[in-house]
Design a protein around this ligand. Structure first.
Ligand code: EPU
Length: 327
């Protein structure tokens, strides 16, 4: 492992916020994980590619991340096991290059494979949970390895057992996906209508292009993708909103009968698109995305997010919850 003292974290969080960690530990493989003596009683924080974290202060402890190298193997034809530090998008291309399908709708997601599991990332009608069949973790305190089946991961909308227990001592080291060797396009998501999808590569390219129409280019502006989760409300609340706001987009009906409504639409409707407070702004093409106008602090992001939350609560009676973790 590599250990850096008083380490700048700007390159380790996709918002590009200039916080520091007392120690930054980059873990290179699973045999590298006897961290108990090193960590002692210090606080620690596991970040993947830093795509879901906002630092409002320096972290006075150990920030842990896995080496981003793509290391993957295929077993039984279609089961791909990959090092959790690999970038999700690199994995998607790697699988397509080998004629393995099922991840193409998750193209251009900026995080690591491990974070994709923690958050159960989802986009364009696919979620990590659709293909993840096994997750291997190591306990940083005891070095004990554990394996969880997909069911044991308790996946939900942008959550899993690993998110529930964030701050725990388990780190995800390997993830196994069950893919297919036949390409069946997943066209369930409305925005995909009419996009070229004859091959899986075309589907990936279409989704990548669509995504970049709605999100800032990471090399130009930092962000954490969608900043808020889409609120999940019961039928009565959804009907009230639909009655008051007939132009509200159709909600997604979830298992169990609740409705997932569009936070982006609520924030847009409230007039926030393109607005900024200090050096934190609301992306002009997508109100669900907060971004760094240049040199922004975590405090500025939190202040903008708080003002939006307060306004949405007042106008619509809906509480918005951040998808990102605020440190
Ligand atoms: N909308 C607006 N104005 C906006 C943004 C959205 O009116 O500024 C409306 C859209 O017109 C559409 C609806 O809101 O009717 C939903 O928008 P979209 O399809 O773009 O998806 P989303 O709900 O905003 C979610 C995920 C994204 C994912 C897309 C596509 C969450 C929190 N976000 O966004 O995930 O890429 O669907 O599947 O669930 C992420 O989590 O970081 C992320 C980017």
């Amino acid at each position: 492992m590599k250990i850096y003292r008083n380490a700048p974290l700007k390159a380790f969080n996709t918002f590009g916020i200039a916080a520091k960690a007392r120690r930054l530990v980059v873990i290179e493989d699973c045999d590298d994980l006897d961290l108990s003596p090193l960590l002692g009683g210090n606080p620690w924080l596991i970040i993947g590619a830093g795509s879901d974290v906002v630092f409002t202060r320096d972290f006075d402890g150990f920030v842990l991340t896995l080496e981003p190298e793509l290391r993957a193997t295929v077993a039984d034809g279609c089961r791909v096991t990959v090092w959790a530090g690999a970038r999700m998008d690199d994995l998607v291309q790697w699988t397509l290059d080998r004629g393995l399908y099922g991840l193409e709708n998750l193209s251009a997601i900026p995080g690591s494979v491990g974070a994709a599991v923690v958050q159960n990332v989802g986009a364009y009608g696919a979620e990590a949970k659709d293909t993840v069949v096994e997750v291997e973790t190591v306990d940083l305190r005891t070095c004990e390895h554990r394996r969880y089946t997909g069911d044991e991961c308790r996946f939900g909308y942008r959550t899993s057992r690993f998110k529930e227990r964030s701050g725990g001592s388990e780190i995800i080291v390997n993830v196994t996906f069950a893919l297919r060797d036949v390409f069946v396009p997943n066209l369930g998501y409305k925005a995909l209508e009419g996009l070229p999808h004859a091959t899986a590569q075309q589907m990936r390219d279409s989704i990548t292009a669509l995504r970049w129409q709605k999100l800032p280019r990471p090399e130009e502006h930092g962000s954490a993708g969608s900043f808020f989760k889409n609120p999940v409300v019961d039928e009565a609340v959804y009907m009230r909103l639909k009655g008051e706001w007939p132009d509200m987009p159709e909600a997604h009906r979830m298992d169990g009968g609740a409705y997932k409504i569009s936070a982006g639409w609520l924030i847009d409707k409230a007039g926030w698109k393109g607005r900024s407070m200090g050096r934190a702004g609301v992306w002009p093409q997508n109100a669900l995305v907060l971004y760094n106008l240049g040199g922004c602090t975590g405090g500025e992001v939190v202040a903008l997010a708080g003002a939006i939350q307060e306004d949405i609560k007042k106008r619509f009676g809906i509480a918005l919850e951040p998808e990102a973790i605020i440190i």
